[in-house]
Design a protein around this ligand. Structure first.
Ligand code: HXC
Length: 524
């Protein structure tokens, strides 16, 4: 029998060397020249990126031998390994994920029919397995030679992004140009990561803009990483290098649940860094003085670790993940350092989307309030502050996760209601003794309600001062609201962490019955 075995080894060996050859060819990507070009601008290859993100030696690739199906424009003569996209599964921080990376060295990472099929197949896996999906985008958009088949491919991806929204986390990493249809899949996902000088996102590039409008602009100025981090708000995380970006992904993934049916990982409780962040002295005694609300969050959360989202966009509101007592929470907080923390079009959009994310993935919300209200002005009115501001009201009202609110200082007008007041069904609303809850600030209020008295007084300035002081005494405190039960407890700043953790613990089994409807119609 040994002889027989030996002779049957031959075809197996031949077959396995054939596999090796095929793999070698496919793994060459777009070839050494194209790879060198990418490296010269600080980019890793598509496979290197996947390996750098995942836990060591956990990546398994599928569909390596998929080939494009195009015939026109001499495409039938072209070999595009794996059709320019790498797909597979792996382990990230001990949990399974589905992942894909477009390979710019192969036809510019452009999306043809089979390329799209590979992506939709891995998306379907992610949905069936209920694991996060990570997409690394580096693409010139729809493969022009494949016409409507590339457009069809995008449509299939967008549909799946939408179906997966709120079911599994979807993370987009932009690591190169992301042009045309390529931008819309990231825009439909939960978190978009960009890297300085490497990421570029636009619907129509500089060439088209020049031809159609005669305007000249560089790719960087049109849709570089900073543009999308600061101006458009399309990007949620900004990094200086690819490695920093991968570290951010790992940090994010440690905070979020792996599907809407799972809870985020629990961590051991860690006290805040009390030497650096002192809760009693963060807020200035002068109510008009700004301060950094992130210092308050860091003074109460575990290990003072706040993972801020959209840090550079609409900085008048801070959103991000942190832990309280070892469990993930989503923080939403007005930032008095910028525009006194007012709500405007962008900050309302930013917060509303985050609230819906937390609600979809059962992450409790903690809201810190210190704002003079919505930003007045023609620009804001004409930019649709009514519609955009309403998104915040909608998102908070709709959310059924535990909602805990703390009013630190000002809570005026619409801002008081919108920032998760009891009226939008916060579970607990606490206030510091420094809280001022009123329709507007004392100066504005006194000028309106005592106008006649002030105008007819012999010394209007003196009377105005008196009336402001009178209004302040009556309303610039938390006790009127507390008298109506709109505030559950007025607490000392030093009690904040303990009471928040307690409120979260007792709300952990919260259930809320919502009206029977297919879905609401938020003011998108
Ligand atoms: C086919 C493409 C391609 C595309 C790039 N390539 N984009 N092939 N379809 N969409 C190919 C190039 O021909 C080239 O092939 C290789 O990729 C590298 O491209 P370069 O131009 O040499 O690279 P670079 O100078 O870095 O410029 C990258 C780029 C540029 C900015 C992305 O290629 C570009 O502007 N591409 C077109 C972008 C675009 O307009 N896309 C929109 C498509 S329409 P060789 O063989 O020379 O190496 C669309 C609509 C969908 O997406 C709508 C859905 C809602």
């Amino acid at each position: 029998m040994p002889d027989k075995q030996k002779s049957s080894d031959k075809p197996v060996k031949r077959k396995s060397s054939d596999l090796k050859r095929r793999m070698r060819d496919a793994l060459k990507g777009g070839g050494s020249k194209a790879i060198e070009k990418q490296k010269a601008i600080g980019k890793l290859t598509a496979r290197e990126r996947i390996i750098a993100i995942l836990d060591p030696k956990t990546f398994y690739e599928y569909d390596l031998f998929v080939e494009h199906a195009a015939k026109d424009f001499d495409m039938n003569k072209k070999y595009l390994p794996g059709d320019g996209v790498i797909t597979g599964t792996g382990i990230l921080s001990g949990h399974p994920v589905c992942i894909y990376a477009q390979d710019f060295t192969i036809a510019g990472g452009s999306l043809g029919y089979m390329h799209a099929k590979k992506i939709t197949k891995i998306m379907d896996h992610a949905m069936k397995l209920k694991v996060p999906l990570i997409g690394i985008n580096d693409s010139g958009g729809a493969r022009i030679q494949e016409g409507v088949n590339s457009l069809a491919g995008y449509g299939e991806i967008f549909y799946r992004n939408t179906q997966a929204s709120g079911v599994i986390p979807q993370i987009s990493v932009i690591l190169g140009p992301c042009a045309g249809g390529a931008v819309y899949s990231p825009a439909l996902t939960d978190f978009v990561f960009v890297v300085d000088k490497i990421s570029k996102m636009f619907i129509t590039g500089p060439e088209v803009i020049k031809t159609v409008l005669g305007e000249e602009i560089s790719m960087e100025e049109l849709g570089g990483a900073l543009v999308h981090s600061e101006i458009t708000g399309n990007a949620h995380f900004y990094a200086e290098s690819e490695q920093e970006c991968f570290d951010q992904i790992k940090q994010l993934i440690s905070f979020i649940p792996w599907s809407n049916k799972k809870k985020a990982d629990s961590f051991p409780k860690k006290a805040p860094k009390s030497k650096k962040y002192k809760i009693d002295s963060v807020i200035p005694t002068d109510p008009r003085q700004p301060y950094d609300i992130r210092d308050v969050i860091k003074a109460v959360c575990d290990d003072s670790e706040l993972m801020e989202i959209q840090e550079r966009f609409a900085p008048n509101i801070v959103i991000g993940f942190a832990r309280l007592g070892g469990e993930t929470v989503g923080f939403v907080a007005n930032q008095p350092l910028y525009l006194a923390g007012v709500l405007d079009v962008d900050s309302s959009d930013k917060a509303a989307r985050f609230i819906r994310y937390c609600d979809a993935f059962s992450i409790p919300l903690v809201t810190f309030v210190d704002l003079p209200g919505y930003l007045p002005g023609v620009d804001q009115e004409h930019a649709g502050v009514i519609r955009h501001g309403a998104k915040l009201l909608y998102a908070y009202s709709e959310a059924t996760v535990p909602k805990i609110t703390l009013i630190l200082r000002k809570a005026y007008g619409g801002g008081y209601i919108a920032m998760c007041s009891h009226h939008l069904k916060a579970d607990f609303v606490f206030a510091w003794p420094s809280a001022e809850i009123a329709v507007m600030g004392p100066e504005g209020a006194a000028n309106i309600i005592f106008r006649k008295e002030i105008q007819s007084a012999e010394n209007p300035d003196e009377v105005r001062k008196q009336k402001v002081a009178e209004y302040k005494k009556k309303y610039a405190n938390p006790y009127v609201a507390a008298a109506y039960g709109y505030i559950d407890a007025v607490i000392e700043p030093s009690e904040t962490r303990n009471i928040l953790i307690h409120a979260l613990e007792i709300s952990s089994e919260k259930t809320e019955v919502t009206p029977d409807k297919k879905h609401g119609i938020p003011p998108f």
